[in-house]
Design a protein around this ligand. Sequence first.
Ligand code: FES
Ligand SMILES: [Fe+2]
Length: 425
Amino acid sequence: MSLSSPHLPDPAALLDADTAHSSVYNDPDLFEMEMDRIFMHTWVWVAHRSQLPEPGNFITTYVGKHPVIVSRDRKGAVHVMLNRCRHRAATVCEQAKGKTNSFVCPYHGWSYSLDGALRGVPHQDGYDGLLDKAGLPLVALRVEEYNGLIFATFDETIEPLADFLGGARKWIDLFMKQGGGWPVKTMGEHKFSFPGNWKIQLENTTDAYHFPIVHRSFLESVDEQTEDMLNFLGGEGYVEDLGNGHSVMVMIPELVDLDANLDEPIPERFTELAEELSRDYPPEQVRKIVRAVGGSGFNLNLFPNLACSMAFFRVLRPVAVEETEIRHIAIGMDGGPVCANEARLRLHEHFQGPMGFGSPDDAEAWERVQKGARGGEDVRILLNRGIGHEKKREDGNLYSDVSAETGMRAAYRMWLHMMTQGDAA
Ligand code: FES
Ligand SMILES: [Fe+2]
């Protein structure tokens, strides 16, 4: 008998083309495998450029289970470093964000510069000259950026970020048109946890099917024109697999390119805003700003942890097999009109905010998935909606109607690919 044969799940046995075993939500060993095989070996979103506008700015966050610091050094370069002192592992920074010249460990006072180099060691003479400071920087991750989105990875061997994003890049560019002619900036965030697996949230942002059911109270809280616009099931929208686990769910096709059809009438809910903007901007620009305030007509899901969701960023962090942290980050126009950014914030609060009409209902549904999945071990989770009329575009991308589970199947295909890579060897 071997004393060292841990139970290793077999991911390939848990998933087929259109169903999943419910242990994908609740097996702790599988969760540990995901943290290793997925989150250690892919690009994970860590920040938006506007969160680090100046040298010395930093934020703290996570890559999988690993606490990291994202900083901008004096020369403007962005670094992502393990938030772990090289002496005895204490985190060197506990602030969510800020500005500094250095990171000083609170335990024995080792200090690190913005690029992670070890600078100061109190009472260094106690090491008798044996301490190699140059060899003890904060552990650096690889960092790359696309259109303001900053990603990091522990894996030096994976493809460049641009290749990993592939077909999603054009959708990121479209999403960033919400700057209305200015760069996009983040405008604050709130976070919450739900007692459920991270993949339940990953599925949700590509799930149009739930919208009219779970979000009925939200739909009752908006004007008729908005309600009509959001009545997209059965419409011309679609879900498309963009490769590498990424997908886009287009709910309102006329709001894919915010610069197109600018001569369309301004929706009633923005009449007052348009009047206010008209005092400072010509009509064409007013239309462009108002359009940007309303947000994009699609959700872009970037595997494994970021959704560019209509008008905000939704970021997931797997905490434990049955615990996930979600951050909703509001975005606006960097240098744009104050009244337009305020209008964006009010819209954000209305659905995504902690007292909003949308997110609390989502969170309850996710919690119930986790709870229900504990029962009936052998009952499969269905991922087959829309598969019967799924088609292939010329570039090979699969797509189906807006309420299809094409985006979930795309994410699970990537999940399986990463979870089984190397198994055959
Ligand atoms: S643990 Fe950081 S200085 Fe000792
Ligand atoms: Fe929802």
